[in-house]
Design a protein around this ligand. Structure first.
Ligand SMILES: [Mn+2]
Length: 278
């Protein structure tokens, strides 16, 4: 990968937060940034993007506390949290994650809930049993378990079994969880930053982006060195450290198995990474 455009990868500035069990990595010293040059949020706005949660309600609660403490030190008019999708599957407490997103967003924040490919697969299965095998191969088992439904991933589910699972999931899934999943948005923009679960199709205007790319794209987007017009903040592709490039920032640190859930904090031209300690 051509990485002449990495702004910061140094762990030298990473430090443990004094009051929270968090790693906070500030990159005010990146070229130009200290002078206030570069992509910016709207005036008076702090934005916190949160990467793929995948059933880790425990880490989400910790990160929320760290974000609330971080935001309390900022003199801003608007505080926004953009959740980048993939709340369900793989991790142990999917229902708890959705409850947290619905009931326990830190006070004073505007939440923005994006959809990930895992929510898409789950919604597709709720509509059409033939979509079940794809979802079940990708961590749907943990989502079913979280709603009290037994399913062994070693099963090869036939149509009858899939209809049974769909029926019981429709019954067990609280109405407000279903409405939450159905109301998720594809893309969000704040100033010079765009937020989408997986990324975008390079060369296509934001308003013409298609769902399939926004939820699933990898190589085409990850390899692109184009200026997309905005810095694209995304999850979906797991990286050992957040990937901070001039045209995109990837913050899916694989929380469901690493224990590290990462948030990118943006205010004006400043950036910080805030992460749970794994
Ligand atoms: Mn994903």
């Amino acid at each position: 990968m051509a990485d002449a455009n990495i702004l910061l990868t140094s762990k030298a500035t990473a430090r443990h937060d004094k009051y929270f069990n968090m790693i906070v990595d500030s990159f005010a010293e990146a070229p130009g940034r200290a002078m206030g040059v570069g992509p910016t949020t709207p005036a008076g706005t702090a934005v916190y993007a949160i990467g793929d949660i995948h059933g880790r309600a425990d880490l989400l609660a910790e990160l929320h506390a760290g974000i609330a403490a971080n935001a309390a030190k900022r003199a801003v008019m608007r505080r926004v949290i953009v959740y980048l999708g993939d709340y369900v599957d793989r991790g142990p407490d999917v229902a708890g994650v959705i409850d947290t997103l619905l009931d326990r967003v830190p006070e004073g924040f505007e939440p923005v809930y994006l959809i990930g490919n895992h929510e898409r697969m789950m919604l597709d299965f709720l509509d059409d049993v033939t979509c079940g095998p794809l979802w079940l191969r990708n961590g749907g088992e943990q989502t079913l378990a979280s709603y009290g439904i037994d399913y062994e991933s070693s099963e090869t589910p036939d149509l009858q079994r899939l209809r049974g699972l769909q029926g019981v999931l429709r019954y067990r899934l609280p109405q407000r969880h279903l409405e939450f999943l159905q109301g998720l948005q594809l893309l969000h923009i704040e100033g010079d930053y765009a937020f989408a679960h997986a990324g975008i199709r390079p060369g296509v205007p934001f308003e013409a982006q298609e769902e399939n790319d926004l939820l699933w794209v990898r190589g085409l987007f990850l390899r692109s060195t184009r200026d997309h017009g905005k810095v694209v903040v995304h999850g979906h592709t797991i990286v050992p450290e957040p990937e901070v490039l001039s045209n995109r920032i990837g913050i899916d640190t694989g929380a469901w198995y690493t224990g590290r859930l990462t948030s990118l904090a943006l205010e004006g031209t400043e950036r910080q990474l805030i992460a749970t300690v794994s």
